[in-house]
Design a protein around this ligand. Sequence first.
Ligand code: LMR
Length: 398
Amino acid sequence: WWGHVEPAAKDPILGVTEAFLADPSPNKVNVGVGAYRDDNGKPVVLECVREAEKRIAGNLNMEYLPMGGSIKMIEESLKLAYGDDSELIKDKRIAAVQALSGTGACRLFADFQKRFLPDSQIYIPIPTWANHHNIWRDAHVPQRTFHYYHPETKGLDFAAMMDDIKNAPNGSFFLLHACAHNPTGVDPSEDQWREISHQFKVKNHFPFFDMAYQGFASGDPERDAKAIRIFLEDGHMIGCAQSFAKNMGLYGQRAGCLSILCENEIQAVAVKSQLQQIARPMYSNPPIHGALVVSIILSDSVLKSLWLKEVKGMANRIIGMRNALRENIENLGSNLSWEHITNQIGMFCYSGLTPEQVDRLTNDFHIYMTRNGRISMAGVTTGNVGYLANAIHEVSKA
Ligand code: LMR
């Protein structure tokens, strides 16, 4: 039956973890997948999560959630993205379902887009998170690209991006990273977001925000929602994928939310019912544990403050590592510029290393990262930063 099946290509991100795990070297370093580690390189369970779990223990039954997931978790997620006092929430204009983290939220949206606007396309930034391409491909939505990153400045190519926005047919779908762009660590400034939003209005484009890193850009989830808030102020209908994988460290719990802002409550009810219809034959209903953790933390002022403190702590450790990595490479006498390590934000540094240089890092130094040169700064520690800096210097010097 299956003789014709060829092995699939390795995933460009999760395949790196597989290779790392298979390497017996004691010196190995994993800066591939975007998963936060403490300064000893160990995975972290946040204290607020542990506390929420204590409250769940013994009280949890194992019943199904509704098809659209936990109402409480959705309410709390929406407040985080749209604002505590959002009129849009009060007016029930947002169709939202709990999703299998950010990937699941994007995939539900892509399927919804295909089902109800079958001739539409999606504009995706270059570069973007590799899985975005897979998600819209498998939903059979044709993809177009728009300029985003400038390889020479290692910053935003704002002019080219704006040109692409202007030149796209009116009413196009655009995938935007709400903050802490993956993989580049390059975000538009607030003023640039305002210009982008204005141009979207002129062109009647639909912004779909993937917000996988709320809290990791500035250390403050409220500030990191700024781009979305600007678009809301301007009266856009938006879509939003939220993930609690990174900002609550709930990676394997698959806790997320998909929301679509509608013209009115009647529309929102219809849209939500259709999202549930898409979810039902795929996975029936989403998992319960992560949703409970999220709703307990966000609805309790003490736990929420603790969470905000812990998010800030993670963001600050990463900023510290950016400074240390740059300083270490510069101290080795590199004559290249490494300013972008500290200019870029969020979990990733888009180093500018070529695929061949990355291969050398892996083969000669047992350092694992994606071949596009992305370094997960969350995997850099006081213990490995010197080793990493030296290896980067070795493979990048002329
Ligand atoms: C990443 O970009 O490393 C993360 O979003 C993990 C993933 O699923 O790819």
